[in-house]
Design a protein. Structure first.
Length: 215
């Protein structure tokens, strides 16, 4: 309704899209789906933005706090995941350890076994790895792929896009129509996960209320 009203008064609407939402995956990442329910801390790079928090594998793809926040910045193309942001992989690979890969890296075993399958590497003792196999394991630090899309508006926590803020005064009044105001999510303002969008909704409403009291 807010967008329709804005358009009726010649406002520009930046395309509304689902945000704070999980990613679906391409065929090459279908192995993610077999890990549904597994969660651990990772880093994601999207464009020039790096985010760190928990990743959650789901039957559709990936979700969790870090993925939801990264969906704000992803348009299309590749993202990069560091599955071991706090593990010194080089140090582990230099060790003459008889521990198998799936145990040595302190990640969920189900994840490690599926990851090793995805790069065609047999689970074996660290000490038995050759240099090519060690190099392949370093993909854990920079696993690049292109999401197929996202889970859509039904699963999204917010909408990014909306009424162009360049056409709105600091009082939240339209620059194009006197006594027409826009606040909250209908505007092109979206924050990462963590309560910022609730805060924006409440704060913009409160600010407008105080302004209207002075008129």
């Amino acid at each position: 309704i807010g967008y329709k009203i804005a358009k009726n008064f010649s406002h520009t609407i930046k395309e509304p899209r689902p945000a704070l939402v999980g990613f679906t995956v391409q065929k090459e990442q279908f192995w993610f789906k077999s890990l549904s329910g597994i969660s651990f801390n990772i880093k994601i790079r999207v464009e020039d933005k790096i985010l760190e928090n928990d990743l959650l594998f789901t039957h559709k793809g990936i979700s969790g706090p870090v993925v939801l926040s990264s969906s704000l910045y992803w348009e299309k193309g590749k993202i990069s995941i560091d599955f071991i942001p706090h593990i010194n992989l080089d140090k582990i690979l230099r060790m003459k350890s008889k521990k198998f890969i799936s145990s040595a890296l302190l990640l969920p075993k189900r994840f490690m076994k599926e990851f090793l399958k995805s790069i065609d590497l047999k689970d074996k003792a660290i000490v038995k790895l050759n240099e090519d196999e060690k190099s392949n394991l370093k993909i854990l630090r920079n696993y690049e792929f292109s999401p197929a899309g996202n889970f859509g508006f039904n699963k999204a926590e917010v909408t990014k896009g909306g009424v162009n803020t360049d056409e709105i005064k600091p009082t939240f009044e339209s620059k194009l129509q006197k006594n027409l105001y826009f606040i909250g999510e209908v505007l092109d303002v979206t924050g990462e996960l963590g309560g910022y969008n609730f805060q924006w909704a409440f704060a913009s409403a409160n600010a407008l209320y105080k302004h209207l009291k002075t008129i």
